[in-house]
Design a protein around this ligand. Structure first.
Ligand code: A3P
Length: 337
């Protein structure tokens, strides 16, 4: 299962794309310069080109650990995501839903010229690179994203006296499809010779990036049960089955419900269509060039379906992973997809 979270800061008229306000003038001060000693003392695992460190119960990419410490200690406004669960899609849907009153004709919508990751900043890298001052340039309402589990988010986000209006949305996905998606993704950039069996073992023993996966999912699940007004828990499969219904839910949660007039004008369908897999995959901004960590943009748009795991996993592997997840979720009220 995988996940994604985004946090709107609700005020003003609509979010603006991050790259439109990021003029690259903020000097970098990598968080590692400040917290390198703390990072070096943590348990370590090498997986291909990726170095993982065990920080507060989760295997984080080493690049993110020091940034997470800064995020936890100094963050005063932000958001979150888990890799390969529909983060890119969800960022697009949230951004499109929040910018539907944006003063631009539909054919000039930012999502037609920008990748969703260019519109909604990824906090983990921003904090790791010591560029949090960039966030100040982003006017409210802000949409932001991170892969961090709920338990690692700063008090300013999760605490009772946290940022007013700050909300969190999390997307989870069938863990079997998540593993398949992650395998393709890691092979594109991090570890071209990674075997499926090897990744599967890492997933099962919890030592996959931002893993254990079930602890990540449960951190948000418990938060959504305890504070449904602040944390919305969605599933990738539900988005596929009923995109319009979930966009309505999302917009309502973010404090921007669709009006009867908007419903009548087809605004909900417009958001879903703008963010559809087929449409996004074709756009130049999502086909050419690369994003952070030199990841090719097209690596974020592979197949976009549920159930692709049958093409990669043996029935025994599927049963093993299902059983682990069933056991971890037992008694929580959460049912895996
Ligand atoms: P697959 O690899 O199974 O195709 P993330 O954005 O968290 O990295 O997740 C990537 C997964 O979301 C990939 O899954 C990708 O194809 C899928 N995806 C990306 N954009 C999508 C969209 N607009 N609609 C549905 N799925 C999408």
């Amino acid at each position: 299962m995988a996940s994604s979270t985004t946090m709107p800061m609700l005020s003003g008229s609509g979010p603006v794309p991050f790259t439109d306000v990021d003029d690259d003038t903020v000097p970098k001060r990598p968080a590692k310069e400040e917290f390198g000693g703390l990072v070096a003392a943590l348990p370590r695992k090498q997986q291909g080109a990726m170095e993982l460190r065990l920080y507060q119960g989760f295997w984080l990419s080493e690049h993110w650990v020091a940034g997470t410490v800064v995020f936890q200690r100094r963050f005063s406004r932000a958001g979150t995501t888990y890799p390969k669960c529909g983060t890119t899609w969800f960022k697009a849907l949230a951004f499109a839903a929040m910018t539907r009153a944006y003063p631009h004709p539909q054919h000039e919508h930012p999502l037609l010229r920008l990748n969703p990751h260019d519109c909604v900043p990824f906090l983990d890298d921003i904090f790791a690179d010591g560029q949090e001052a960039k966030l100040e340039a982003l006017p409210s309402p802000r949409l932001m994203n991170t892969h961090m589990p709920y338990t690692l988010l700063p008090e300013s986000v999760t605490g009772m006296g946290g940022i007013a209006g700050c909300k969190v949305v999390y997307i989870c996905r069938d863990p079997k499809d998540k593993v398949v998606s992650m395998w393709h993704f890691l092979r594109r950039r991090w570890q071209p010779d990674l075997s499926f069996a090897e990744l599967f073992e890492h997933v099962c023993d919890g030592s996959v990036v931002v893993g254990p996966i079930w602890d990540h999912v449960l951190s948000y699940w418990h938060a959504s049960v305890a504070r449904p007004d602040r944390v919305l828990f969605l599933k990738y499969e539900d988005l596929l089955n009923d995109a319009c219904g979930n966009v309505r839910r999302l917009a309502g949660f973010m404090g921007r419900p669709f009006s009867a007039a908007e419903e009548h004008a087809g605004a909900v369908e417009g958001v879903v269509e703008l963010c559809s897999f087929e449409r996004m995959k074709r756009l130049e901004a999502n086909r050419k060039g690369s994003l952070y960590h030199a990841v090719p943009r097209d690596a974020f748009f592979r197949k976009g379906v549920a159930g692709d795991w049958v093409n990669y996993m043996t029935p025994e592997m599927a049963a093993r992973l299902d059983e682990i997840v069933r056991e971890k979720f037992r008694g929580t009220g959460l049912v895996a997809a």
